[in-house]
Design a protein around this ligand. Structure first.
Ligand SMILES: [Ca+2]
Length: 251
């Protein structure tokens, strides 16, 4: 065994020992660390994790722009002109048209902040542009609210009141007819339900929805809004509900 081999061997033993200490020695001291230091390390790790997550989200939410400079300048030109157009429509209270422009901007450059903020603003305006109060009698079938909702426009319903649900039956009980079955099985008898109808048949064949206080939704189609109590025979019920409808109504 020559000297150089010996020294190499000694060196590798030293490295191994250092690694051992670095691994297990650190571990044993870390166990002995005061709780404050450990908490601080946990906080640092958590902060690092959050920052990485935020950076990842920012990258995912960054506007998607083309690399080609010519194409990029075309995109920019469109966005600048479109934003001006949206502002004009908004000033004229043509929120539908302004919304369409913001949607087009969003399609061309996804995640563009100006478009997303503008779109959210239009939706908020459209949701509260018109308001109407109506009463829904417990003892009647479908009742016309007098409001026509527009497809894709957000609407908000608020409701308050109490009413009495009566079921008079013999020993055979009551079967809920098919046309009164709602898709959501949790809908209870006596609840307020609504439907958007474009024809009288919709009132018997369409699918009603449950109305809750503060209920927000986008009208799935343009049509007249009707309400009633969810009951098989309303004629023996009593009381009424006051409903507030907010949206941008059709003329
Ligand atoms: Ca009844």
């Amino acid at each position: 065994m020559n000297v150089s081999r010996l020294s190499t061997h000694s060196l590798s033993v030293f490295v191994a020992a250092a690694c051992f200490l670095a691994t297990f020695g650190w571990e044993s001291t870390s166990q002995a660390q005061p709780p404050n230091l450990k908490r601080l390390q946990q906080q640092q790790a958590e902060m690092k994790r959050r920052m990485e997550q935020q950076a990842k989200q920012a990258a995912e939410n960054a506007p998607v722009l083309p690399n080609d400079p010519e194409l990029l300048s075309l995109h920019r030109e469109f966005i600048i002109k479109a934003e001006k157009l949206a502002t004009q429509y908004e000033r004229k209270k043509q929120y539908d048209k302004a919304r369409e422009v913001f949607e087009a901007m969003n399609r061309l450059v996804p995640n563009l902040e100006e478009a997303e903020v503008g779109l959210a603003r239009m939706l908020q305006i459209q949701k509260t542009e018109d308001k109407k109060f109506t009463e829904v009698q417990a003892n009647l079938g479908w009742q016309d609210s007098g409001v026509t909702l527009q497809e894709g426009i957000p609407a908000m319903l608020d409701v308050r009141g109490t009413w009495t649900l009566v079921h008079e039956t013999g020993p055979e009980g009551i079967e809920i007819p098919n046309e009164m079955r709602v898709p959501d099985q949790r809908v209870k008898l006596g609840s307020l339900i609504g439907i958007i109808a474009t024809s009288p048949e919709d009132l018997t064949k369409g699918r009603p929805f449950l109305v809750r206080p503060g209920h927000e939704f986008k009208a799935p189609k343009t049509g007249r809004l009707f309400f009633r109590m969810y009951d098989i025979d309303p004629s023996d019920n009593a009381g009424k509900m006051a409903v507030q409808i907010q949206s941008t109504f059709a003329e």
